[in-house]
Design a binder for this molecule. Structure first.
Ligand SMILES: Cc1cc2nc3c(=O)[nH]c(=O)nc-3n(C[C@H](O)[C@H](O)[C@H](O)COP(=O)(O)OP(=O)(O)OC[C@H]3O[C@@H](n4cnc5c(N)ncnc54)[C@H](O)[C@@H]3O)c2cc1C
Length: 531
């Protein structure tokens, strides 16, 4: 077992982790971890872009108002204003670092020469983007920059297992983490005066997701075990159309296909959206996702279909080159065949409760990006606000750490990873079986449409699995699959308990037993040790 010592440990190499690393001063020694390659993060897969007020026709007030409307009465105004007001500076920072956003031809009115698109919920053009691969452009630039920093040590294929807590001057502080090397199987200690969780969301808790494999809610689970409050976990956003194919993992079918006249079809070829909303296929994301889920459950169907084949082939290939190419690779010609689709878990609106500096309830521990709960998204995230949140809070956390670092205690050297009581398991099937079971019952009982009965069933199963996985974790050597499963079962319980305590329907949380919204809604804040 090796022990490493740094000033700051950042867990995660997405937009949140990279921003924090780049915003810290050069004299600060930083360790930055990623579970896989540095690009193994949702950030890399973001398509649409980043929302910010960059056009003279637009205003901060309008961005604030749109965010509140999308959040269905639960956004925290301070968080919304803080994010929106710092948005333009965050974009300028990205441009200065070299992110190659799509440019706007012509125009000389003092605004930035970049093309802005409009997305659902935004009443102005305010999405800056790099074609339809914004995340890739941002990741590549930030990773390129961080690799040049002498003060940042990069650790790939390392998974943080748990946080290290120590008493210093009567205060329980976070002083590092146990880190498992996925390649060698060894577990090391990284000590640091401040630790930043930038581990992304938890959408892998569902059977179908648009997220990469790393999105297992590790940061939320670790923070919960360390004593941090977690809020609003019932608000999981589902994207209505993800490709359903045994060989296609997590591939989104863009909403623009519906925008350009695509039809949603039942397995018998019948259209159905008009039965749910007069806007048909053009209804908002959550309405379409609920309708697809309803029809799949009613018919016991594995998937439904999205069909654009009635449009000319040239039009389809020109407008949707990425979807066309990906489907063709899998033997599906979308100019002739309907595309099999299912809704998929896409974004975690809740997370670890933080303040405007990114600080959690545990001194020394910060949480940034999708893993955190700032109050920005309320009951439903507005498109492209999530990346913005990473850049704004990443800077806020870095500034706060830099201000206080000199006065923080040096961690003690007494943390050790003890493997003396564990052996190799000859029953790894338990892990793969429990992974499948967990993700399937979450999909069936805690998905897009919920009922009290379904939630009770799910809680019962989650509690059984938690016990079984806990015993397994205590007796056998750890692996990445086991660590992720141990975290996912915590996430499942947090989502179920949050959903059970919200006796209304609001934003992304739809309860068939309580279809209406209450007056004066509150955040669902769960505190460790209370159940
Ligand atoms: C397909 C897709 C399209 C999207 N499009 C947009 C968009 O257009 N605009 C927008 O604003 N948002 C979009 N989003 C959402 C947005 O991409 C994410 O919310 C955002 O990128 C989250 O950034 P993050 O840094 O918090 O987490 P991530 O980018 O997910 O990074 C998490 C990091 O933590 C690491 N990690 C996790 N657990 C551990 C552990 N235990 N130990 C070590 N490392 C760990 C991972 O390896 C990864 O490096 C999209 C998401 C997806 C999936």
């Amino acid at each position: 077992m090796a022990t490493y010592r740094h000033d700051v440990l950042i867990i995660g190499s997405g937009a949140a982790g990279l921003t924090t690393a780049l915003r810290l001063p050069d004299e600060c020694q930083v360790a930055l971890l990623s579970k896989g390659e540095l690009t193994s993060a949702s950030t890399y897969y973001a398509q649409g872009g980043v929302a910010a007020v960059l056009d003279q026709q637009d205003s901060l007030e309008s961005h604030v108002a749109d965010t509140h409307v999308a959040g269905a009465g639960l956004c925290r105004d301070e968080a919304v204003r803080f994010t929106v007001e710092n948005g333009p500076d965050a974009i300028r920072w990205l441009i200065d670092l070299g992110v190659d956003f799509t440019r706007f031809e012509g125009g000389d009115d003092g605004t930035l020469p970049y093309h802005l698109t409009r997305e659902g919920g935004h009443s102005h053009r305010r999405i800056i983007h790099a074609a339809d691969a914004t995340g890739k452009a941002i990741s590549s630039t930030l990773i390129g920059q961080v690799k040049q920093k002498q003060n940042v040590t990069l650790f790939e294929h390392r998974v943080a297992v748990d946080l290290i807590l120590q008493e210093h001057h009567g205060q329980r502080r976070c002083c590092g983490a146990y880190i498992h090397n996925i390649r060698t199987g060894e577990t090391d200690v990284v000590l640091a005066r401040s630790v930043v969780l930038a581990t992304g969301g938890a959408s892998k808790v569902y059977l179908y997701t648009s997220n990469p494999d790393v999105a297992t809610g590790d940061g939320i689970a670790m923070a919960w075990r360390a004593g941090c409050r977690v809020a609003n976990m019932e608000f999981m956003q589902f994207h209505p159309t993800c490709l359903y194919h045994p060989k296609a993992k997590s591939f989104l079918i863009t909403e623009a296909i519906r925008g350009e006249g695509g039809h949603l079809l039942l397995p018998n070829g019948e259209r159905f959206m008009h039965r749910f909303d007069e806007r048909g296929e053009l209804a908002p994301r959550d309405v379409v996702a609920r309708a697809i889920d309803h029809e799949m459950k009613r018919l016991g169907a594995d998937c439904l279909y999205l069909d654009i084949s009635h449009k000319p082939a040239d039009f389809i290939i020109e407008h949707f080159p990425t979807v066309y190419a990906k489907c063709l690779q899998l033997g599906l010609d979308i100019t002739r065949d309907p595309i099999p689709v299912v809704p998929a878990a896409h974004y975690t609106c809740g997370g670890v409760v933080i303040n405007e500096h990114g600080e959690t309830d545990v001194p020394g521990l910060y949480a940034i990006g999708e893993t955190s709960f700032t109050g920005l998204h309320g009951a439903n995230r507005m498109a492209s606000n999530s990346l913005l949140e990473c850049f704004v809070y990443g800077k806020a956390a870095a500034d706060n750490i830099a201000r206080h670092l000199a006065e923080l205690p040096e961690p003690r050297d007494d943390a050790e990873w003890d493997e003396s009581q564990v052996t190799d398991s000859d029953e790894d099937v338990v892990i793969s079986h429990n992974w499948d079971e967990l993700r399937r019952f979450m999909w069936d009982y805690v998905g897009i449409v919920r009922t009290e009965k379904r939630l009770e069933r799910a809680l019962h199963r989650a509690e059984l699995l938690k016990k079984e996985i806990g015993e397994y974790y205590s007796n056998y050597h750890i692996s990445n699959d086991l660590l992720e499963l141990r975290n996912l079962v915590v996430i499942a319980e947090l989502i179920i308990r949050s959903a059970m305590s919200r006796k209304e329907s609001r934003g992304l949380h739809f309860m068939r037993d309580f279809p209406d919204s209450v007056d004066n809604p509150k955040d669902t804040v769960l505190t460790p040790g209370t159940f």
